[in-house]
Write a protein of this length. Structure first.
Length: 324
């Protein structure tokens, strides 16, 4: 293998101070003495320091080959996805991208193999699209009525027709990464509270890394895609209502709970997609969002025989919350 090596070291360091004349003269005398004693002049490459440096750099190269997952080859958004996943790769949280799981409205989710720093076999990386970071004025996200929040969950007030038309690209990127941070922080909080949700591992400007729900062959279906066994429907519903209550106790409402944002796997229901989470202290229409989340989970499991009074539960949760 031919490589161009620029080897750092005192021998070619321009900042290195030139030794005093006396020192140089001593070294010269030493070399002459070594030559007289039959000691061969050491070549540059065989210098122990150089050898060690060469060994270390090639070991490093072997261990961290450039990240170029086959699964991203030929994708139009390949470079974009790669730029966010590379940071997870460099932190040794993932080792490869195995496949795309699903492309949603705002983001694409990929199944990745876990690395030593995560200790997980499979991980899910949710990468937001570039579209989300582009100019606000023609952004479908706003037309779809997405609520924009800053890092602490406060709703960002929109001007004019609801759209700050001249947000700079940088400002825009900051806004988007703030709400992704908020999504991540909410999922972390939920996980710590014992809410059934994929364990979150890391976040970059445009992506989240979390536990993958499913196995090597199958991704966990969304509640919308399955028939729930009548024997477990009530337990699932009770568990979901508990999760809603736990979150509320920590000042969070999921805000977009539906059969599309609940995964079912091995008899458990997992909440995902905290992108619309709300902190009721910030004066949004929190009570209505709570009531909607409750009503939707009750409706989702009603066809399988689970029963609960959505109105009464939402009222009880809200009053208990207000009373601290
Ligand atoms: N941790 C996970 N494990 C397995 N699959 C996941 C995971 N997270 C997300 N998914 C899959 O990716 C889909 C999209 O994820 P998510 O809902 O977070 O993004 P989204 O952009 O809001 O998508 P959508 O517009 O479909 O709601 C989910 O419906 C689910 O099928
Ligand atoms: Mg979703």
């Amino acid at each position: 293998m031919t490589r161009n090596l620029i080897i750092p070291g005192p021998w070619d360091d321009p900042d290195d101070e030139t030794p005093a004349y006396g020192t140089r003269f001593k070294a010269h005398k030493q070399r002459k003495a070594q030559a007289r004693a039959g000691v061969a002049k050491q070549s540059f490459e065989s210098n122990a320091d150089v050898q060690r440096w060469l060994r270390e750099s090639s070991e490093g190269e072997g261990a961290r080959a450039p990240f170029a997952p086959d699964a991203l080859v030929g994708r139009r958004d390949g470079p974009w996805v790669l730029s966010s996943l590379t940071s997870f790769y460099e932190q040794e949280l993932i080792t490869d991208v195995l496949r795309e799981v699903k492309s949603g409205k705002e983001a694409t989710v990929f199944c990745c193999s876990g690395g030593p720093a995560s200790g997980a076999e499979l991980l899910a990386a949710k990468i937001y699209r570039p579209r989300m970071f582009r100019s606000l004025s023609n952004d479908a996200v706003y037309r779809e009525g997405r609520t924009v929040r800053n890092e602490s969950g406060k709703q960002v007030k929109l001007t004019g027709k609801g759209i700050p038309s001249r947000a700079s690209a940088k400002g825009r990127a900051f806004q988007v990464s703030s709400w992704i941070s908020y999504e991540y922080a909410t999922q972390e909080l939920a996980y710590r509270l014992g809410v059934r949700t994929p364990r979150p591992y890391a976040q970059t400007g445009n992506g989240l890394l979390m536990a993958y729900i499913g196995d090597a062959h199958t991704v966990a279906p969304r509640l919308a895609e399955i028939e729930v066994d009548r024997g477990v429907a009530q337990d699932l519903l009770d568990g979901l209502l508990e999760d809603i209550e736990r979150l509320l106790g920590a000042h969070r409402i999921h805000g977009d709970l539906s059969v599309y944002n609940i995964l079912a796997w091995e008899g458990q229901a997992y909440l995902i997609d905290f992108a619309q989470a709300v902190d009721p202290r910030h004066g949004d229409d929190a009570r209505a969002l709570l009531a909607r989340d409750v009503a939707r989970v009750v409706a989702a499991l009603a066809p399988f025989g689970a029963r609960a009074d959505a109105h009464a539960i939402a009222d009880r949760l809200w009053w208990a919350y207000l009373q601290g």
